[in-house]
Design a protein around this ligand. Structure first.
Ligand SMILES: *Cc1c(COP(=O)(O)O)cnc(C)c1O
Length: 373
């Protein structure tokens, strides 16, 4: 809270750090007192191109002078363009736009039920899918659900990366399996190759829909457009948000052609979804990130960062969704902040490094220097 204020009128549902970030440029941010930090939180994996990227700013400024919002009562060439960009060279046919990760997951859960006529969905321990009722019920963390019951029924949470447990949980009543390729909030836990194979064969065998929550892993964060591309998994649905807008709120869901008829006119919607400003910004962000050279850079930077830190930390994750195992993640994050590096916990013993995807090697070196001292 700024010093001049004595009382906050905000609900106290966030444990806020006692600084206010008032300016950002690339990977650097400044607080109200003028202190500089390297931002390896990036709005929690949101700022794919960092703060105040010139092309993104130009896009937003330009679009703001054309039109802000029209609702989904009308055609949208911006949404069409973004849908084409996101589904190009994939097996997906359709896109739906909303405003957040939780909303994207709500859409996925609703679509899975409507398409299959079944209700049971298998998700995993330590998963995180958002805070709305469906997404919260899908989430495999009690602390997220505490006090909010009764939850949406027919979700089963199975231990992650445990093939036998998963086989035991799937039945003829199961509509879908839903997972993150790397559990982000739950401790930076990547899916194992063996588990991915089990998931895909169960989906094939039982005709289950596969929903992959790419809200944190998607849009280049792991070094490929989508993280599932680095696995054997062939999802029917993926959900997106965070990096999709590079700082402007937008969520999205991609699905296969077969799912198109299950989401007919009037079946689902949102007033703000695919808002003209959001979609314009997202088109610039995604077209920049999806350049093969850009993605190769992300992978190389991630390898470089991991290599420098290995030997000093247990490093886990995929691409620039990186976790370091530490004794006390909250204390560690506070210490790093006092040294000018912003990092965010993922559970009690892991901190995440989530720099903008266009972070420079100079900035990586500066962060490494802080992390190793
Ligand atoms: C952040 C996150 C969400 C929720 O996104 P919101 O935009 O906060 O609703 C869902 N799933 C995953 C994997 C996330 O990391």
């Amino acid at each position: 809270m700024p010093e001049t204020q004595t009382k906050s009128h905000l609900f106290p549902n966030y444990a806020r750090r006692p600084i206010e970030l008032v300016k950002g440029q690339g990977t650097k941010v400044w607080d109200a007192e003028g202190n500089e930090y390297l931002d390896f939180i990036a709005g929690i994996a949101v700022l794919a191109l960092g703060h105040a990227h010139p092309k993104v700013n130009e896009t937003l400024n330009h679009q703001s002078e054309q039109i802000w919002h029209v609702s989904n009562l009308f055609e949208s060439s911006g949404q069409e363009k973004l849908a084409a960009l996101l589904t190009a060279d994939t097996h997906f046919e359709h896109a739906f736009f909303c405003n957040s990760g939780a909303e994207a997951n709500e859409a996925a859960i609703k679509l899975a039920r409507r398409h299959t006529g079944k209700h049971h969905i298998v998700t995993f321990t330590n998963s995180f899918h958002g805070r709305t009722f469906g997404a919260m019920s899908a989430t495999g963390q009690e602390k997220v659900q505490q006090g909010f019951g009764p939850l949406v029924s027919r979700f089963t949470h199975v231990p992650f990366n445990d093939p036998d447990a998963l086989k035991g949980a799937v039945s003829d009543e199961t509509a879908a399996i839903m997972l993150e390729i790397v559990q982000g909030e739950g401790g930076v836990n990547p899916v194992t190759d063996e588990f991915a194979e089990t998931i895909q064969s169960l989906c094939d065998e039982h005709g289950l829909l596969l929903i992959i929550d790419e809200v944190q892993t998607g849009i280049g964060r792991t070094g490929t457009r989508y993280a599932y591309e680095q696995t054997v998994l062939k999802p029917d649905i993926i959900t997106l948000a965070k990096g999709l807008g590079g700082g402007f709120p937008i969520g999205g869901m991609l699905g296969t052609a077969a799912l198109g008829t299950s989401l007919g006119p009037g079946s689902h919607g949102t007033t703000y979804g695919g808002n003209a400003l959001a979609v314009a910004v997202s088109n610039t962000v995604v077209s920049t990130v999806f350049e093969p050279d850009f993605l190769r850079d992300v992978e190389e930077k991630a390898d470089y960062l991991a290599l420098q830190l290995a030997g000093h930390y247990e490093v886990r994750g995929l691409g620039l969704l990186m976790g370091l195992v530490v004794e006390d993640s909250a204390a560690f994050a506070t210490d790093m902040q006092s040294k000018g590096l912003l990092v965010v916990p993922a559970g009690p013993n892991v901190v995440r490094l989530l720099p903008p995807l266009n972070v420079s090697y100079e900035e990586l070196d500066a962060a490494i220097e802080i992390l190793l001292n």
